[in-house]
Design a protein around this ligand. Structure first.
Ligand code: FES
Length: 143
């Protein structure tokens, strides 16, 4: 749950492939990666690995974690933190699923981690480079 109780509709859970992800473009800042695991749990974290900025949306999802595609760090989707011995955390975003629809907090989308830049090289260098669907943020509504 989020503090403001405002939510923005992102997509249906079924729009996210099982064990896959989609990206949410923001007016400012790096995209947010929305993941669906094998139990239909949905998680949202910044699409930027805490190691060297790899695109987590292109990683391999298993359990409640994702393996970064660049150097295989394992990032927990529950708290955004790397599994030991690696260290560091990615920004996590509040996420709500209601009646099969994924919602994110519009205030978090507008304010969290907006100053981080995407990597200048590699697969995370530009948005949309891999042909994944990218959802644009829609107007918020109150739950
Ligand atoms: S950039 Fe993700 S493991 Fe190195």
């Amino acid at each position: 749950m989020n503090a403001s109780n405002e939510w923005t509709v992102i997509c249906k859970v079924d729009d996210i492939p099982v064990l896959g992800s989609r990206r949410v473009a923001r007016p400012r800042g790096v995209d947010v990666a929305v993941f669906r695991n094998g139990s239909d749990q949905v998680f949202a974290v910044l699409d930027r690995c805490p190691h060297k900025g790899g695109p987590l949306s292109q990683g391999i999802v298993f359990g409640t974690s994702v393996a970064c595609p660049l150097h295989n760090w394992i990032i927990s989707l529950e708290d955004g933190c790397a599994k030991a011995p690696d260290e560091g955390c990615v920004q996590k975003f509040a996420c709500k699923v209601d009646a099969g629809v994924v919602h994110l907090d519009p205030h978090e989308l507008a304010t969290l981690a907006i100053d981080l830049l995407p990597p200048r090289a590699g697969p995370g260098a530009s948005t949309g480079a891999t042909g994944d669907a990218t959802f644009n943020v829609q107007a918020p509504h109150t739950a």
